[in-house]
Design a protein. Structure first.
Length: 295
């Protein structure tokens, strides 16, 4: 199969490209980061370097069996740009006759999401579902990159970790390799639908943080941060017309998911035995050089 990955130089895009190439597929991609694309260890049959707000080269999707949308502009205020760019790419794919199109969304995607990221993903989801295409909603992807890597590196520097509501809120997670297995199956079998991909037994935030700290060879030390403080601070900043920091938005999202979760895991439909949390975190921290043996 000839498969195009938008955002092919990103964390998930690059990992998917390696997996599909190893499986014998012809991989093409788009990127706005030329230097990162040049550092890819995957031989792409075609690469379209383009600004995020641009349109792909004419006929770039010709001959493709599928397109996987991993590209996202994380800049503040980029919601309209993200929605418009993904719409242009989807239209170009349709014009090229690509029937299998998969949008990589997020567990945080919902109409009432506190974060712009979650609201953006939700808006794009609606277009894909209305057009009869597929979406996946991964939990936090445990792997040597992306948000997990930044979180693990931040925790490694904190003497004490603050946890809202005692860290009881569930954290949806999935190991990168398990996500790639599911994505490959969706592509090769042309499975259509909306799929929530994270461990069925979601760890609590406390368990998640402590597992990372233990994998880093540290004794977990946490303090409780009142949830009311997080919510009140976010509301006050919004009333002042100030955008809330990403860290507050994430805490607010966790609180919302704890009180009103709307996504239920379907990972076991594809993987009866996904990698457990401890094994996924331990192996990833080792790759990141954060495990106890590297200290």
């Amino acid at each position: 199969m000839k498969i195009c990955i938008t955002g092919v130089s990103g964390f998930i895009g690059a990992a998917l490209a390696r997996t599909l190439h190893a499986a014998g597929h012809d991989v093409t991609g788009t990127t706005s980061n030329v230097s990162r694309a040049q550092g890819l260890s995957v031989p792409l049959s075609a690469l379209c370097t383009m600004r995020f707000e641009s349109s792909p080269k004419k006929h770039f999707f010709d001959g493709c069996s599928a397109i996987v949308y991993c590209a996202h502009d994380f800049a503040a205020g980029a919601m309209e740009r993200n929605v418009a760019n993904t719409w242009r790419m989807r239209q170009a794919g349709e014009e090229a006759g690509v029937k299998n199109q998969i949008f990589v969304s997020s567990h945080s995607a919902r109409a009432d999401a506190p974060s712009e990221y979650g609201r953006t993903k939700y808006a794009i989801e609606q277009e894909f579902l209305a057009a009869g295409y597929s979406i996946i909603r991964p939990g936090l992807v445990i792997g040597p990159g992306g948000l997990f890597a930044r979180t693990a590196q931040t925790l490694a520097r904190l003497p004490i970790v603050p946890l809202p509501a005692g860290g009881l809120a569930p954290v949806p997670v999935i190991w990168l390799d398990d996500l790639l297995v599911v994505l490959t199956a969706l592509l090769e079998k042309s499975i259509v639908g909306a799929f929530n991909l994270f461990l069925p037994q979601e760890p609590s935030q406390h368990e998640f943080v402590c597992t990372i700290l233990e994998a880093e060879g540290r004794v977990p030390r946490t303090i409780t941060l009142p949830t009311s403080f997080v919510v009140s601070m976010s509301r006050w900043l919004r009333s002042c017309g100030v955008g809330i920091p990403q860290c507050l938005a994430r805490l607010e999202t966790i609180h919302l998911n704890m009180s009103k979760s709307i996504h239920k895991s379907q990972l076991e439909y594809f993987l009866p035995s996904p990698l457990p949390l401890k094994e996924a975190i331990t192996s990833t921290c080792k790759v990141l050089g954060l495990n106890s043996k590297s200290h």
